[in-house]
Ligand binder design. Sequence first.
Ligand code: PGA
Length: 271
Amino acid sequence: MSASKRKKLLAGNWKMNIRLAEVEPFFTAFSDVLKAGQSDHVDILFAAPFTQLNATLAASRARGFAVGAQNMHFEASGAFTGEVSAAMLTDIGVRTTLVGHSERRQYFAESDEAVAKKTVTALANAITPVVCVGETLEERKSGATFQVVSRQLETVFKAVKNHGPLANREAFYPGDLTDSIVIAYEPVWAIGTGLSATLEQAQEVHGFIRKVCGDIFGAEFSFRLRILYGGSANLANIAGLLAQPDIDGGLVGGASLKPADFATMCNAAKR
Ligand code: PGA
């Protein structure tokens, strides 16, 4: 088997953007540019704000795209004002969520332990967690990139290991991801800055992530793991990123808000 056997995955992270009235026009414009048959080459996911999930599901499901949340609480229910549980996501048909995005870690004080608990809760509810890891600029400058990424990953993977075997699951809806887990490498210094990691920097960390995963879950699982790159991925750099042996797609913020640009990025994906 060659590494090209992993289907590419392009995920748009809308963050706190896209008003309700913009959802349907977004998908019309996106679908106008997306090449026919491109879903053979790339899975496409939209991570929408909670209040826009229903509309995003309605617009995307018929077109075969997956929809995810951007966050989720690890407890099943209770006195957690402002939070949303896994079962609340599956109630409306959401089967994917971002977990541990650096903005959650940075602005909402999410610890490695909380990220690990959320990941385990997602798995227990048949939700695919897209777990985000990545170093800050200071950490990269001080040569701590691999140490930080392995600490973030190992906290999650060890918690997951106690949860039981990781098996890819069935799709609940057309377009759903079937991965048990997806990892996104997002160097914090590259997010929203226009300063993407170089292809070499990105590939180096992606290869490392696959190795850490293999050490814990074995070669077969780590071969199947999709690892996304995020951090100023755009029209100009996406083809080069997707050509790297261990980069299986992108988690795209700013550029995913422009439907034609994001569709063109999806068009760059080849199996
Ligand atoms: P960006 O964001 O593409 O705007 O850098 C990526 C992300 O935060 O997921």
